[in-house]
Write a new protein. Structure first.
Lengths: 116, 112
């Protein structure tokens, strides 16, 4: 069965510090990978998605970047955190089986980031 | 912007069926409706999805109106562990992939 891991679970960082959040998936090959952010009381906002190694698409201009160095590893980074970067960060995976498929996304446990 | 509208909150008695409505009046013909739920401080959990026909799985049933402008998620026998925020989502095409457009969801509280 497939498993998705995210770490750390919680993180408190000062403004201006760097960030690195990691997501790994087990039990599947060539997944689509996603990074979302959720503000308190709100729905999820898609930040980045990747359909393969080194392929990153950004949905929202921001202070963040993403990388996919390995097939099942997705990293979210920032060089200098802002107060507005606080939130709940979620990684998800899906498997693309063609335009007629329904590639359901499955989510990790999330990382709660507080920038002070 | 979200393509769905849901009531912000609902209550349901334990053991009864919970019926969660969702409006998606601007949905296109090839866009699926997905339902997820999120228990506090956890990642969202997939529940069910559908296009035109009603769907049922071990967790819930999804009823989609014939005009596809609205749907209802049914939890047949709600338990206290079903207390969560339920998201009705439309999946839209983007480039060579799809995107889930999330709204604010419905906070469902199951009462003993």
């Amino acid at each position: 069965s497939q498993t998705i891991h995210q770490w750390p679970a919680t993180l408190v960082q000062p403004v201006g510090s760097p960030l690195s959040l990691e997501c790994t998936v087990e039990g599947t090959s060539n997944p689509n990978l996603y990074w979302y952010r959720q503000a308190a009381g709100r729905g999820l906002q898609l930040l980045f998605y990747s359909v393969g190694i080194g392929q990153i698409s950004s949905e929202v201009p921001q202070n963040l970047s993403a990388s996919r160095p390995q097939d099942r590893q997705f990293i979210l980074s920032s060089k200098k955190l802002l107060l507005s970067d606080s939130g709940f960060y979620l990684c998800a995976w899906s498997v693309w089986r063609g335009p007629l498929s329904t590639d359901t996304q499955y989510f990790g446990p999330g990382t709660r980031l507080t920038v002070l | 912007d979200a393509k769905t509208t849901q009531p912000p909150s609902m209550d349901c008695a334990e053991g009864r069926a919970a019926n969660l409505p969702c409006n998606h009046s601007t949905i296109s013909g090839n866009e699926y409706v997905y339902w997820y739920r999120q228990i506090h401080s956890q990642g969202p959990q997939y529940i069910i999805h559908g296009l035109k026909n009603n769907e049922t799985n071990e967790m819930a049933s999804l009823i989609i109106t014939e005009d596809r402008k609205s749907s209802t998620l049914i939890l047949p026998h709600a338990t206290l562990r079903d207390t969560a925020v339920y998201y009705c989502i439309v999946r839209v095409a983007m480039d060579s992939n799809y995107q889930l457009i999330w709204g604010a969801g419905t906070k469902l509280i199951i009462k003993p």
